[in-house]
Ligand binder design. Sequence first.
Ligand SMILES: [Mg+2]
Length: 307
Amino acid sequence: MDLFDTLRVVALPTTTNFRGITVREVALIQGEYGWGEFSPFLEYDDIESAPWLACAIEAATHPKPQLYRTHVAVNGTIPALNNPADLERIIDSFPEVKTFKVKVGTNVSEDLYRLDVVRTLRPWAAIRIDVNGLWSVDEAEMFINSAGDIEYVEQPCATIEELSELKKRVDVKIVGDEILRKAKDPFAIDLAGAVDYLMLKVQPLGGIKRAHKIAEHHNLPVVVSSALESAVGINYGLTLAASFEEMNFDCGLGTGSLLAKNVGELPIVDGKIAISEVIPNLDGLDVSADRFEWWKNRIMRTAELLQ
Ligand SMILES: [Mg+2]
């Protein structure tokens, strides 16, 4: 049977507006080794989507790697919201996590307020911030110097040159995310002196095997995160995180809490998620016939790029 004959596309409503999204559409395929998820964001072109499809195919058709743990500690993810009630509800949806990742970068006073709320409600938690490359070096330096204790800053500026300049000015550790996953060739960039740790996302980096090769190539400590995926994709991210012998960070894989409906349950218990065999329940979640055709065409075009 053709792998793509198993294709299902589902629409998962989010609990809150997350990077402009209120419904997350994801495509799922089933192979010999289980389900794989293909869920590049809608605006991504086929070239950028190609590693996501390679990952879905790997998940469905290859045995899982050796795992070094059964559970993965996760961080809470706080979107760029400013309403105190919304913030409190989101913080509460991450039970017992020891770390929060707070999205910042668009408005300094709102961003600092958001950090304050998290610190007040979870004074024991570590806080990391994710800027998605929005700051200039000066903006980054200024914010970091006024933000108090932060574990690390993820992608404070967009380019390698800016990150290197920032690293000379501040002591806080810097994590590279977009610099890696948006690179035309993640093996062709030189991150020395620009970032301290790598953010690995299994779909945009083309699967577990390739993510390991990228980590080995750059020879930096890693942290694993998701791209607001369904339980199928998150479980594959958990698998990637558990396949590293050394994992010193809580991973950004608790984003299932941001979905109002999901294809499976991966509850956060004591700040951790157990890796499981996710057999998705797709009842009532399928997209319209039009949207299914759109995804099917996208997959067929993208698959041609993998050959
Ligand atoms: Mg990021």
